[in-house]
Design a protein around this ligand. Structure first.
Ligand code: CMC
Length: 405
């Protein structure tokens, strides 16, 4: 019997070692038609982010990402109606959220973890949960997109000890997603300009090629596992403060600076001194830096401008603080970071200030990021399932040399 010659690996160990880069920096790890990122721009399926932020709505962008093209008006109307009809949560999910009231109040559970579990539970009752067919993937994506804001709204009601708003229908069907999310969280229909700022933030957060959470979702989908599992994995990755969790941490940092330096210190050397101490102790400043963008995140100035405009008009936010002070402090912090470290803010920095001045509770900032990024994750999961090869890189071994037991 002849034995076949051993197959040579497509990439030799020497070649792999030559391109090794810690944290996969600069490595192309797959193909996508969903989004492209360059130092000079960000495009969703070929549409530039400033164009989308100015001229599109979040629902249009979600359609673009999930269905692959710009919607016609009839396609958009059909898509929005589908989302509205899918907003209500199954009883098992609502019951779970209600059962977590005590854990949320004590801080043992945080909204991102509850949201991750809600997505898992939703998978147990979704009629398409075990199918990776394209049509099933699209149906599940729409259900997730429609239901995640309802999970956030219900969770906030439980945290606030209020009756659940919109339990039967998932809010108010006359409202688009951003406005409905704010309505479900607070019980009041938001002013148009507040709803539009949140809508734009959702557009900006929707997609960002192979970021850590999307890559996590693609790794899970690449084993031919299911969409709900891949989205739950994406939520776990997004929670971290180096990724989506930075929008909450950026605001916490600003609150800390304000507390340590005092309100009167905005624009004075006290803030410079606070920052210098942070640099001296090698503290990571949240909402700054980016793996890909070294000359600034294209999304950050868009949100900063909109958030600041709302804050300027509104001298008192729902928490009773003059809103604009947070932007004035934030701008000083940005200036110091740029001058001393040459590091620009990323989208999470203006997001923190914007949501805070609108009175949105800080622990819901990253869940709101999920309500948007689920479109990107689902688009990538469907793309991975449609043209799959398992994602299985190598590692650089740094342990002991082979030895006898
Ligand atoms: N504060 C202080 N120093 C920083 C920061 C920061 N935010 N970001 C980068 N640096 C330093 C970093 O320590 C390194 O210094 P050194 O060479 O002395 O070790 C240098 O700048 C270069 O860092 P890098 O290689 O560009 O960083 P990275 O690509 O490994 O990490 C990052 C990127 C986003 C994780 C990092 O910038 C960071 O931790 N930022 C704070 C968290 C954050 O805002 N995350 C949100 C990311 S973007 C949107 C999102 O995903 O939600």
């Amino acid at each position: 019997m002849t034995t076949a010659a051993a197959k040579a690996p497509a990439v030799t160990k020497e070649q792999a070692e030559a391109i090794y880069s810690k944290g996969l920096e600069g490595i192309i790890a797959g193909e996508t038609a969903v989004c492209s990122i360059e130092q000079g721009g960000l495009w969703y399926r070929g549409y530039e982010i400033h164009d989308l932020a100015q001229n599109a709505t979040f629902e249009e962008v979600a359609f673009l990402l999930l269905e692959g093209h710009k919607p016609s008006s009839s396609e958009l109307a059909r898509f929005k109606a589908e989302l509205v009809s899918e907003r209500a949560l199954p009883g098992v999910v609502t019951n779970f959220i209600e059962s977590m009231g005590g854990n949320l109040a004590s801080g043992r559970a945080v909204p991102m973890d509850i949201l991750r579990s809600c997505v898992s539970i939703l998978g147990h009752v979704d009629p398409d949960s075990q199918s990776n067919e394209a049509a099933a993937g699209l149906r599940k994506s729409k259900r997730l997109l429609a239901k995640i804001p309802t999970m956030i709204g219900h969770m906030q009601n439980v945290i606030d000890g209020k009756a659940i708003i919109g339990r039967e229908r998932g809010g108010d069907e006359s409202l688009d997603m951003a406005a409905n999310l704010l309505y479900m969280m607070t019980g009041s229909k938001p002013a148009k300009e507040y709803a539009r700022v949140v809508d734009v933030s959702l557009i900006l957060y929707a997609e960002h090629d192979f970021n850590a959470s999307t890559f996590t979702s693609r790794c899970i989908a690449g084993t031919l596992s299911d969409m709900h599992g891949a989205v739950a994995g994406g939520i776990a990755a997004l929670k971290g403060p180096l990724h989506g969790g930075a929008n909450e941490m950026a605001m916490e940092m600003l609150k800390e600076i304000m507390k340590d330096c005092g309100e009167g210190a905005i624009g004075t050397k006290a803030v410079d001194d606070w920052m210098q101490k942070a640099f001296d102790t090698k503290r990571k400043l949240m909402g700054f830096g980016h793996r890909v963008y070294k000359n600034g995140d294209h999304r950050a100035p868009i949100l900063h401008k909109l958030g600041k405009a709302v804050a300027e008009k509104d001298t008192k936010n729902p928490g009773g603080h003059a809103a604009i002070k947070w932007f004035l402090l934030g701008e000083q912090v940005q200036k110091i970071m740029l001058e001393k470290k040459n590091i620009h803010p990323n989208v999470d920095f203006p997001c923190g200030m914007t949501y805070f001045t609108m009175g949105i509770p800080v622990p819901q900032y990253t869940p709101i990021f999920v309500a948007s990024r689920v479109t990107g994750w689902c688009a990538h999961i469907m793309e991975q399932h449609a043209n799959n090869r398992i994602i299985r890189p190598l590692s650089k071994y740094t342990g002991e040399a082979p030895r006898k037991w």
